[in-house]
Design a protein around this ligand. Structure first.
Ligand code: C2E
Ligand code: MG
Ligand code: MG
Ligand code: MG
Length: 268
């Protein structure tokens, strides 16, 4: 409990923090049930080759099929998975669903990238479990791709580094997500086994009209290519953005122009 001066003259109002706590606790309990009851599902957003717009892979994006509130996006529940104690379990169920998807679609050769948080990597078993699932389902390691944001790497110790090296050595490509928004991306590109970058959509939304955004996008693409990294741009909504990107060396793209995430992914 803390006391707050209410708007009213000289009146002191008692704010009951346990109210908020109750809601947070409910959400945590609901999340634990959701994990146990299979309410968390993976949707797939197509990633296309910008040269001819054919689908080369998908990004796996988790959703919560909430019994009362409908389909919830990660922003509504990911911030609570750590306190709910389900971060590792969520990561595992995403990997399990994706590996099963990959096994079913072996003939297409398409890859699926999975978002991984530092909490999941810090558990120390992530790489080992993932590689075991891949081999159990006879899925080629390169068809599963791991996406990490720079912010999740900031506090990365030697253990996370070890996990990433283990994955990369086994043929699982690592992508740096939300590229361009972090504080020290160059350090990560130099020090970690990064196979490619995903341009943050805040840059994509600036092109082609904002000349500075355009120059930054061009320079980031050149940097990635200089390092022999794969280039993927996120958040492409308009044809002019796709044009700018393909003419400035960005190889792959993703965004509503090509399709949103769906439970059963689009073929194209
Ligand atoms: P992200 O990895 O940067 O994923 C891209 C986000 O942009 C997704 O939001 C996607 O639906 C959205 N998006 C795609 N195309 C467009 C577009 O053209 N325009 C706009 N405005 N948005 C677009 P979503 O699904 O809400 O996911 C948000 C974030 O949640 C992801 O950002 C990722 O960091 C995280 N996330 C999603 N699934 C998982 C997961 O399984 N595990 C973990 N640890 N994080 C996840
Ligand atoms: Mg991502
Ligand atoms: Mg991203
Ligand atoms: Mg993002």
């Amino acid at each position: 409990l803390y006391r707050a001066k209410a708007a009213g003259r000289g009146r002191t109002e008692v704010y009951d923090a346990s109210m908020e706590l109750a809601t947070a606790t409910t959400l945590q309990r609901e999340l634990q049930q959701a994990v146990a009851q299979g309410e968390l599902v993976v949707h797939y957003q197509p990633i296309v080759d910008l040269s001819d717009v054919h689908v080369v892979g998908y990004e796996a994006l988790v959703r919560w099929q909430h019994p009362q509130r409908g389909l919830l996006l990660p922003g509504a529940f990911l911030p609570h998975i750590q306190e709910a104690g389900v971060a590792v379990a969520l990561g595992q169920l995403v990997v399990t669903q994706v590996v099963e998807f990959l096994a079913r679609t072996e003939d297409t050769g398409r890859w699926v990238s999975v978002n991984v948080s530092a909490d999941q990597l810090g558990d120390g078993e992530f790489a080992t479990r993932l590689l075991q699932e891949l081999s159990r389902h006879r899925v080629t390691a390169g068809r599963l791709v791991v996406e990490l944001t720079e912010s999740s790497l900031v506090a990365s110790g030697t253990r996370i580094r070890h996990e990433l090296t283990q994955l990369s050595a086994a043929g699982v490509p690592i992508l740096l997500d939300d590229f361009g928004t972090g504080v020290s991306p160059l350090q990560y590109l130099r020090d970690l086994p990064v196979a490619g970058v995903k341009l943050d959509m805040s840059f994509t939304s600036g092109i082609p009209h904002d000349p500075t955004a355009g120059r930054v996008v061009r320079a980031l693409g050149a940097l990635a290519r200089e390092l022999a990294m794969v280039t993927i741009a996120e958040g492409i909504e308009h044809e002019e953005q796709a044009d700018f990107l393909r003419h400035n060396g960005w190889r792959y793209g993703q965004g509503w122009l090509f399709g949103a995430a769906q439970e059963v992914p689009s073929e194209r």
